[in-house]
Design a protein around this ligand. Structure first.
Ligand code: ATP
Ligand code: MG
Ligand code: MG
Length: 381
């Protein structure tokens, strides 16, 4: 059987490995972490840096095609691999998604609605910024995630101060929008340009991290899907792509793109004929894309490391271990699917697993998910 290469070893990569195995493929994973979830599920785990050319040569010699689950893979790594075998998505597409300046310029140049912004390379850019950008958010151009590398600023002075805090790294300053809510569209696009969009999910965050994701969302699916498909086309994208949107005063704005499956698309594993991960496998290998329709409404709840702690006894026990939550409390709900990633260490804020509740009735799915969430001690703040 053909072997596929995956750059990155997190849970998104792990679900890709599982989907690839179901279609009879082998997977080799490159990730520097010995305990990476995808590395453990893979047929081979190359435990090396993304810039390790010996490891890249091994991938090139043994794999039929390469994909990624992690947007910060160096563009040079993707370019190097692309000399030998198909790399999907391309280094160009990933390069745009991994740099907020390039990403926002891409949106501007393609007339895709987005929050007003400027690129910030030096303090003077902030001094000259239009007034309409305050209050705003200053975001580092690279390596931010889960709301890290961002500062909410109400004035120019605060923005200048925040830029110093980011060591004058390149940033974008964007206008703060009044959010009705947030949604995302995950889609897959194949080498012939066919696209299949999943139903949008509506995403609620807690402390900057995705907490609960509900599909379908309140927003009209077609409008969001059309914008996401335009983005995929303009990027010449092949693979699974996620587009995050703000809904502000009833209007859609693109927030950011992720050149990979997305946390908010976990629901597709349990509620759709074809999951976002299976689509990634299909797009990578040149198979036709699957039906992306949902057979149920779904509510996904992230399980963060916080609930591995005993609230009566903060911190690890004398062996450095954390209490495993009581999964029995979840597994009694008939329409609930639990997914645990097999991570070795719990940390507050670390994504350890998730569950999805499916139901024909969206309200019922939500009710059960909230009850299940409370049953294992996830509080609302
Ligand atoms: P992710 O984990 O999704 O990659 P991130 O660190 O890349 O997150 P963003 O998605 O840019 O960060 O922003 C995080 C959150 O901050 C958004 O989901 C939204 O709630 C809020 N936010 C970001 N930009 C704006 C804005 N311009 N106006 C209002 N809220 C915003
Ligand atoms: Mg992001
Ligand atoms: Mg985001």
């Amino acid at each position: 059987p053909a072997t596929l290469g995956m750059l990155g070893g997190g849970q998104l990569g792990r679900f890709f490995v599982l989907a690839a195995h179901e279609l009879g493929y082998k997977v080799w994973v490159l990730d520097p972490d010995t305990n990476s979830p995808a590395g453990k599920a893979a047929d081979r785990h190359l435990c090396a840096a993304y810039e390790d050319f010996a490891a890249l040569d091994q991938l090139a010699q043994n794999c039929a095609a390469i994909t990624t689950e992690f947007e910060n893979v160096p563009a040079d790594t993707l370019d190097y691999l692309a000399k030998f075998l198909p790399v999907r998505p391309s280094a160009d597409a990933v390069g745009i998604c991994q740099n907020r300046v390039a990403e926002k310029m891409f949106l501007r140049n393609n007339d895709i609605p987005h929050a007003a912004f400027i690129a910030v390379n030096k303090a003077d850019d902030l001094r000259n910024a239009p007034d309409e950008l305050f209050p705003g958010i200053l975001k580092v151009a690279r390596f931010g995630y889960d709301g890290k590398g961002q500062a909410r600023v109400t004035s120019r002075e605060e923005a200048l101060h925040a830029l110093q805090g980011f060591h004058n790294e390149p940033c974008v300053l964007e206008q703060m929008l009044t959010l009705d809510y947030e949604i995302s569209v995950v889609l897959a696009r194949d080498e012939h340009g066919n696209t299949k969009s999943f139903a949008p999910s509506e995403n609620a965050h807690a402390k900057g991290i995705l907490d609960v994701s509900i599909s379908p969302s309140r927003f009209t699916a077609e409008t969001a899907q059309q914008l996401a498909e335009r983005i995929a086309e303009q990027l010449g994208y092949i693979g699974t792509l996620a587009v995050e949107f703000f809904v502000s005063r009833g209007e859609l704005y693109v927030n950011e793109m992720a050149p990979r499956p997305h946390n908010s698309g976990h629901y597709t594993v349990d509620a759709c004929a074809t999951s976002q991960y299976e689509q990634q496998v299909r797009a990578l290998t040149g198979l036709p894309l699957g039906d992306a329709r949902a057979h149920s409404a779904a509510v996904m709840v992230n399980l963060l490391g916080d609930i591995w702690y005993d609230p009566t006894q903060p911190g690890p026990d004398s062996h450095g271990h954390y209490r495993e939550p009581d999964w029995g409390k979840l597994l009694t709900y008939p329409n609930l699917k639990l997914h645990l990633y097999g991570k070795h260490h719990a940390r507050p804020g670390r994504k350890m697993g998730h569950f999805t509740v499916i139901d024909a009735d969206p309200a019922k799915a939500h009710e059960v998910a909230m009850a299940a969430r409370a049953a294992i001690g996830i509080s609302d703040e």
